[in-house]
Design a protein. Structure first.
Ligand code: SAH
Ligand code: SF4
Ligand code: F3S
Length: 438
């Protein structure tokens, strides 16, 4: 038997890229490729890219530059670019970097094996009518206790700063029967926590087994019935798609965790309008109240953009006010990055120093809230799902119900155990806890 070919796969960007990379690795596995961590050993290098901000997308070109000597030493080496830069730039990547052999957009991954076999340079950034996941091999590898499951892809919201509607296309939901089967299969392989993914996951409207569309709330309730599936999360949600049933599910679906990432981007109505978010600061705050009424201990997180074109000091103050009013468990904040082809990129930018100062101020406030949220856990009893051994002997590390990192002194603990702990201390980015009997 000939030696297996080796695939070096690097993933940038969001959790959906992580999921896609896994599926591409499996598809290439069926072609005889095994994964390697060492680019120098690889017969094929595949970069799964992100286009969301300029920095993310420029990483592709610096990585490709570093691959040049490898390709010169080994002309048979296949170099592939997948993901959102592939979709956005297509054949332009080949012009800028002739060492690239193939460019494959996120909707064409099922064609990757065929593209890898074909000689010469190939580009596929089509949005084919068929579901790529129906044409990718089933997930076979044994896995850790947590997994992602893409239920919805694409976005029809067209926020004026964002490339996602262009790179991922319009909203498509996967059929319910396939999702339930994939979830059951994951559980059979040892998965105890599933995070449902979608660029607009709560706009899910997958076809139900008897026809008719299911909402995300209904899908979550069905997943909640699967024995052995202990924890369900979903990301990322748009505030306007939080319907009553989904909010109610936070109160009555036992395995739905008390955690929700609900990006708001800004606290200024003027800026929200310019962003085409179609909600106000106030409607977001009222939504937060309704969610907390259904699940009082829910931990909320968000994304923010500072320095959006036209953002004044008063607009930024409104963002700080909103953060103070909500009290987040954590949040990502980004400096606005003008993206080619998006409407906001036409507008004059806020000076870089001003955006930098705002980013620092916002991050300081969010960090303070994160520490307060962690401290508030001390003395409480929470569930922890062990994901890996800790750095110290006898220590296990996992995530709490609220998605906080927790380390527990537990020499008998095994990866995959879901245990009850009492939180005893909070440090910068994690909690320490003591395992409770039972
Ligand atoms: N679908 C998700 C987010 C996708 S992108 C949602 O609707 O919330 C993840 C985050 O990147 C966004 O929430 C936003 O905060 C940030 N982002 C997107 N485009 C950006 C840009 N042009 N500049 C800076 N940050 C951006
Ligand atoms: Fe981008 Fe807005 Fe769609 Fe989120 S909702 S992916 S920020 S366009
Ligand atoms: Fe990046 Fe595409 Fe995800 S742009 S954030 S990899 S959807």
């Amino acid at each position: 038997m000939s030696e297996a070919k080796k695939l070096f796969l690097k993933t940038y960007g969001c959790q959906m890229n992580v999921y896609d990379s896994e599926r591409m690795a499996e598809a290439m596995g069926a072609e005889g490729y095994v994964l390697t961590e060492v680019a120098e050993e690889a017969d094929m290098v595949l970069l799964n890219t992100c286009h969301i901000r300029e920095k993310a997308s420029e990483k592709l070109y610096s990585d490709l530059g570093r691959l040049k000597p490898l390709k010169l030493a080994k002309p048979d080496l296949k170099i592939g670019v997948a993901g959102c830069v592939a979709q956005a730039e297509g054949a332009e990547i080949l012009r800028r970097m002739p060492l690239v052999d193939l460019v494959v957009g996120p909707q064409a991954y099922h064609r990757l094996p065929e593209m890898a076999r074909s000689p010469g340079q190939v580009v596929d950034t089509e949005f084919p009518p068929e579901d790529k996941f129906d044409h990718l091999p089933a997930r076979k590898t044994n896995r850790g206790p947590t997994a992602f499951l893409t239920v919805q892809e694409g976005c029809d919201k067209f926020c004026t700063f964002c490339v996602v509607p262009y790179t991922r296309g319009s909203e498509v939901s996967r059929p319910v029967a396939r999702l339930l089967a994939e979830a059951q299969d994951l559980v059979a392989r040892g998965v105890r926590e599933i995070t449902l993914l979608g660029q607009n996951v709560n706009a899910f409207h997958g076809e139900g087994p008897e026809g008719g569309a299911w909402t995300l709330g209904r899908l979550i309730r069905a997943l909640d019935e699967i024995p052995g599936l202990e924890r369900i999360r979903y990301t990322t949600s748009h505030p306007n798609d939080m319907d009553d049933d989904l909010i109610a599910a936070h109160g009555d679906a036992a395995s739905l965790m008390p955690y929700l990432h609900l990006p708001v981007q800004s606290g200024s109505d003027r800026i929200l309008r310019a962003m085409n978010r179609r909600h106000t600061a106030n409607s977001y705050l009222r939504l937060v109240d309704r969610i907390r009424a259904a699940r009082p201990d829910i931990l909320l997180t968000s994304d923010f953009i500072v320095g959006f074109p036209g953002e004044t000091d008063a607009d930024f103050e409104a963002t700080l006010d909103l953060v103070r009013a909500v009290g987040y468990g954590a949040a990502f904040s980004f400096k606005y990055s003008a993206r080619p082809g998006t409407p906001a990129a036409e507008k004059p930018p806020v000076p870089a120093e001003v955006a930098d100062a705002r980013l620092q101020a916002l991050q300081a406030l969010i960090t303070a809230q994160q520490h307060a949220a962690q401290k508030a856990m001390v003395g409480r009893r929470v569930g922890v799902l062990y994901e890996k051994p800790g750095r110290l002997p006898g220590q296990m590390v996992g995530k709490s119900d609220h998605l906080m990192a927790v380390h527990v002194d537990d020499p008998q603990g095994q990866v995959g155990d879901l245990v009850q702990v009492e939180v005893i201390a909070s440090s910068t980015n994690s909690l320490a806890a003591r395992r409770l009997p039972g």
